[in-house]
Ligand binder design. Structure first.
Ligand code: SF4
Length: 469
């Protein structure tokens, strides 16, 4: 359906033109794994009724389940990190947490129709492989006892190569995991020292070997550009190192510098080690050019995949979806998140768990859902959610189909938002017609900017989001 929109190997008319556009649209913008974004959620529980959201989702004919389990422990802090994590070397902390997860899963499970199967499970962190082989087996047993998984359920886990043993990989395979996402960030020793994460490339190779030998059939690598001490040439070497591992997918994220929210990042300002914006943008251009030249397809939002990967196929065929884990090929599933800070998404709205272990545990002790914030979607929110998600997944909006679906004249109702795209159109990033709008190949790296024009909650100059490109 969107084959005409597939990215071509050309990026923009020349690197300097590309840099001009990147500079022009480099302000903060959300990644839209939800709409509204999580910073707009309310802590007035009565306003969104967490238990009510689950009850409404449990209607007859409700869709499948997509599970997310947040495993927050890390043995040391990487100074660039924006995740919710707990630094500890106490392995027993994970035993107590598994007790908590078991209680939370039971609280939610009893509210759900047992016939609803799980089509997706994502283990994120923190560091899921902080858990020992025995602890991972127990987690698998808890999940499989509580839920019935479809035979081809997509089970994915985030991997830290610094903490990975063959026994853990075996336990993950027993759980059904076949997808892994490996955090590499950068392979340069000076960058690794600067971010407090020393991870020699040999560890990445070892992780690939362990995972491939165990039957993992899809491995993603996460890279970050804009880190301290990074230069275009060190990042070029990183990309070469990683391409040598032949990953199935790559994510090349822009480092989000938010020292006000993540105090550990202040050290980069104190040391003056962050690259200039121009250098950072050159890294972004370089990564895209190298990955396209190596045969990967740009999925959008910093994600790349081999042309025969199901994500790339879904992008070609209009079957791409987006949730808190990023892009997905599974449609219509309600997302149930477990563990501290996790977010659940059902048709009625969003629920986010407490971010501190103490508050999370206290709620469970009281037999309550450990929810701290959330949002109940209005009809207008739902429309804008669809507009934004379709733009990000299909790269276009068709007014006729949406107007008949919603019973309103979409072009008239969103006339102001459509008019606001004039600058993006003048720069060749979108095309507007009477029938709809299309994000061009050149516009692909600017998807967040296009989507943000339809965000009713975004304040101009909002500083809590990372840069858009
Ligand atoms: S990057 Fe990963 S391992 Fe490092 S602190 Fe963040 S969650 Fe932990």
């Amino acid at each position: 359906m969107v084959s005409s929109l597939l990215p071509s190997p050309c990026y923009v008319p020349g690197i300097s033109g590309g840099l001009d556009l990147l500079r022009k649209y480099a302000g903060p913008a959300p990644r839209y794994t939800s709409y509204p974004t999580a910073n707009h959620f309310t802590d007035n529980l009565a306003a969104f009724d967490p238990a009510g959201l689950i009850a409404e989702d449990n209607r007859p004919g409700a869709g499948a389940l997509s599970l997310y389990v947040h495993l927050p422990f890390c043995q040391s802090r990487c100074w660039f990190c924006g995740c919710t994590n707990l630094i500890t070397r106490q392995q027993s902390a994970a035993d107590a947490y598994l007790d908590d997860l078991e209680r939370e899963i039971a609280l939610v499970r009893r509210r759900l129709d047992p016939a609803r199967a799980v089509t997706q499970l994502h283990l994120g962190g923190g560091t899921p492989t902080f858990l020992s082989e025995t602890q991972l087996r127990r987690l698998g047993a808890i999940l499989h006892a509580a839920f019935s998984f479809e035979a081809d359920a997509e089970i994915a886990v985030e991997i830290d190569p610094r903490h990975l043993e063959a026994g853990q990989v075996a336990a993950l395979r027993e759980m059904g995991a076949r997808r892994a996402s490996i955090g590499v960030q950068d392979t340069d020793p000076a960058v690794q020292m600067a971010i407090h994460r020393v991870q020699p490339p040999a560890l990445n190779e070892r992780a690939f070997t362990l995972l491939r030998n165990a039957g993992f059939n899809s491995i993603n690598v996460d890279l970050i550009h804009g880190l301290p001490k990074q230069t275009v040439s060190t990042f070029a070497r990183t990309i070469d190192d990683v391409l040598g591992l032949a990953p199935d997918r790559l994510s090349v994220f822009s480092y989000a510098h938010v020292p006000g929210l993540k105090p550990a990042q202040r050290i980069f300002d104190e040391q003056g080690v962050l690259p200039e914006l121009n250098e950072k943008l050159r890294m972004q251009v370089l990564a895209r050019e190298r990955l396209l030249a190596a045969g990967y397809v740009d999925i959008g939002m910093d994600h790349y995949a081999r042309p025969n990967d199901e994500l790339a196929i879904a992008a070609r065929n209009g079957g791409l979806h987006r949730n808190f884990q990023g892009y997905s090929t599974r449609a219509g599933a309600s997302v149930y998140g477990f563990g501290i800070s996790s977010i659940s998404s059902t048709p009625g709205g969003y629920r986010q768990n407490h971010k501190t272990m103490t508050a999370y545990r206290r709620a469970l002790d009281r037999g309550e859902l450990p929810v701290v914030r959330g949002w109940r979607l209005t009809e207008e929110d739902r429309r804008r959610q669809i507009l934004i998600m379709r733009l990000m997944c299909e790269r276009r909006l068709e007014f006729k189909a949406l107007s008949s679906e919603w019973g309103v004249d979409v072009a008239a109702v969103y006339a102001a938002e459509l008019a606001s795209l004039a600058d993006l159109e003048a720069d060749g990033l979108v095309v507007r017609t009477a029938d709809g709008i299309t994000v061009t190949d050149t516009g692909l790296p600017f998807m967040r900017v296009v989507a943000a024009r339809f965000d009713a909650y975004l304040q101009p100059g909002a500083g809590c989001h990372a840069r858009a490109v």
